[in-house]
Design a protein around this ligand. Structure first.
Ligand code: SF4
Ligand code: SF4
Ligand code: SF4
Length: 374
């Protein structure tokens, strides 16, 4: 959907009518999704891996540029970054990866939240910090988040990321389809607007599926006959078409069963499934928190005891060393005094009581004196 079509779409539906309400992960079988929900189609035949969508996402969400990342990365116009497989992180909600396919083709795929129709992240979040809107985007409410990170474990695409560097207020981050920052203002998602090759198409999900089918039909041999995201895990609002099998682009092979349906199947024998799942998760969370608290207290006590013991040992060693030094010093002084006294005594003795000459020496002296007298 181009900008003009998009705006006319909003004109018909009305931004207020399209965007303000919230849906929720619907734990029902064969949920067809909200009829007017919007989404994005990514076409890997058109994508040239220019990374402009990455830069557009940063700008749209007021995120820092790579040089300002906590772990600095290469700038968005440096395409050597495509040589390694990357994931999103808390300062970057989308990345483009390069694949060498079995057909000898170089193919690019953009990665971000797929905005699942029945999101596993939302069904795992017992405080409802993740919400599936009726308009399509899956959004996140940081004020409700307790930081349990069940959403990260639940997401089959490994999308939600966590700010481990923030000690005081670590939160979860992911693509929001620019719900608050642009869609509500009648603007296209930042990545869609900037893409120079129309590799990203925004529109109603039902229309995007028709567009994707038409491209596949009109270009025999150019695309594989599969729209990834149409049915996987109950379907997603971000869809993909590709010249090679989607699994070659790291798309996980998932069944059609949605996450909430899988959950209800696992707990099917338990009465009041819908109520008990948050209780179980909540219980697990608080038990794990209590264990963490106990472990932290035990660790602190052990550290305090070790410090006290080390300090006591250090003081004992210091006192012993001081005693020894004092004793050695006293002994040294005493030795020096004794030595000086002895030397002085010897000098006095030599000066005032010279030793008597030996008898033979005395006789020789007398004879010498007699001869001289004679
Ligand atoms: S801006 Fe468009 S063409 Fe460039 S990498 Fe992103 S999706 Fe592909
Ligand atoms: S891709 Fe993951 S984070 Fe995004 S809506 Fe689906 S389950 Fe949630
Ligand atoms: S929809 Fe918005 S938040 Fe999501 S990848 Fe595109 S620009 Fe980023």
């Amino acid at each position: 959907m181009k900008r003009r079509t998009f705006l006319s779409f909003l004109g018909v539906s009305g931004v207020a009518a399209v965007l303000p309400t919230e849906g929720k992960a619907a734990p029902v079988k064969d949920f067809a999704g909200h009829p007017d929900a919007v989404g994005v189609l990514h076409d890997s035949v058109r994508c040239i891996g220019c990374r402009k969508c990455e830069a557009g996402c940063q700008r749209a969400n007021n995120l820092p540029m790579p040089a300002q990342f906590k772990k600095p990365a290469k700038p968005f116009d440096d395409l050597s970054e495509l040589d390694k497989k990357r994931r999103t992180h808390f300062q970057q909600y989308t990345v483009v990866n390069k694949y060498e396919s079995s057909k000898g083709k170089t193919v690019f795929k953009k990665f971000q939240c797929n905005h699942c129709q029945e999101p596993a992240c939302a069904s795992a979040c017992f405080v409802k910090a993740f919400v599936k809107t009726k308009e399509g985007p899956v959004i996140y409410k940081p004020n409700l988040c307790v930081g349990c990170r069940y959403c990260m474990i639940a997401c089959p695409f490994y999308v939600p990321t966590y700010d481990y560097d923030s000690a005081l207020n670590p939160l979860v981050y992911k693509c929001t389809m620019c719900y608050d920052t642009r869609l509500k203002k009648g603007l296209l998602p930042g990545c869609v607007e900037i893409c120079p090759k129309d590799a990203l198409t925004f529109g109603k999900r039902s229309d995007l599926i028709k567009v994707a089918r038409k491209r596949i039909m009109d270009n025999p041999g150019l695309y594989v006959d599969e729209i990834y995201g149409e049915t996987e895990m109950g379907g997603a609002n971000w869809l993909y078409i590709s010249p090679v099998a989607h699994k070659e682009l790291d798309q996980p092979e998932l069944g059609k069963t949605s996450a909430p349906e899988l959950t209800s199947g696992a707990l099917g024998s338990v009465a009041m499934v819908a109520g008990i799942w948050p209780v179980l998760l909540g219980g697990a969370y608080f038990i794990s928190k209590r264990r963490e608290k106990q472990a932290a207290e035990e660790r602190d006590a052990a550290v305090r005891a070790a410090v006290a013991e080390t300090r006591e040992e250090a003081e004992t060693r210091l006192n012993t060393a001081l005693d020894k030094a004092a004793k050695e010093k006293d002994a040294e002084v005493a030795r020096e005094v004794k030595k000086t006294r002895e030397e002085t005594a010897r000098e006095i003795e030599a000066k005032y009581n010279p030793p008597e000459p030996e008898p033979e020496e005395a006789d020789a002296e007398t004879e010498k004196n007699t001869e001289e007298d004679a």
